[in-house]
Design a protein around this ligand. Sequence first.
Ligand code: SF4
Ligand code: SF4
Length: 364
Amino acid sequence: MRYRTVPKTGDRISEIGMGSSFMFNAGQKAGSAAIRRAFEGGINFYDMAAGSGKSFPICGEALKDVRRQVIYQIHFGADYSTGDYAKSYDPDAIRRTLDWQLATLHTDYIDYGFIHCLDAVSDWERYKKNGVLDLIWKMQEEGTVRHVGFSTHTPAVAHHVMDEVPLDLLMFSINPAFDYGRGRLAHGSADDRLDLYRRCEREQVGITVMKAFFAGQLLSEKTSPFGRALSQYQCIRYALDKPGVLSVLPGAQSMEEVEQLLVWGELSDAETDYSELAAFAPPALDGKCAYCNHCKPCPAGLDVGLINKYYDLALAGDGMAKDHYLNLEKTAADCVGCGHCDDVCPFHVPQSSRMQEIRTYFGR
Ligand code: SF4
Ligand code: SF4
């Protein structure tokens, strides 16, 4: 497993976490064994916005003796009083369900307390008015909540919240369908969405990713909006390549599905290459580097995707991007202009001339 660091908190979280209602169909014993295997295979990040309350005792049993080594993302506004998920704005119900979640997970603290599912600014205003936001801050002061984040599907709502309060994490839905304007939850244009990812990187708000497979639709040619199936690994890498992203949170309902996720760190670039998506990208993204590294290997040894990411972040006002760039072993100054990347780039980026532009911008 590979890990990324939450910029503001220093927590090291696995590139693949567990989310999306995991294990609730597996049964207590088999589910706990599979979650234990996930932990032993390196998955240390667990999102608890589960579709069923059954995920909690499964996770609690599997991880109670290693609680300090795992990180829970727990949602203020997800209610399990009926046994199934329901969204709630009732502060008493939210408090009761939090107590139940903590007891069931065998813990007395929350790593990341999340304001849950803000799909309109009015959701945010309700959580402010009904005292749930204050409850999170109070629990943070008391030490029960270590850090604070929020979840949304909508870039405009994310900007609104980030304009108002400092936060550590954002859970956001990232997949090529939504980024390319397909699907009911494809909020914001491709550029709007990219702007949000870049803002998160710039302001050191880490992104954890939900719906990376578009509710599984991208994994089948029958349901994919592109008419062809992608692998889960292509979808995971697609999300991880976006600025600000730290971890992708797929679900798993069995030991076998956990094992499929645990091979992540051993896959080759070819097995995760998603460049075929370029054929479906909206015109706004044509000619823009997607950081996909399909053009690897560069004969001069440049990490073309990363160099482009730092350049775009610097242009978007990220003060740290220049330092990151200048610390690279190879920079645009090492480009020999061979034209290989121009020839193979599926997104039609005139990369060799862009390297000259980047060299001029950074001075090396
Ligand atoms: S230049 Fe093209 S192939 Fe290379 S990383 Fe950028 S988008 Fe991918
Ligand atoms: S043009 Fe430059 S960046 Fe592109 S492959 Fe050749 S050496 Fe590498």
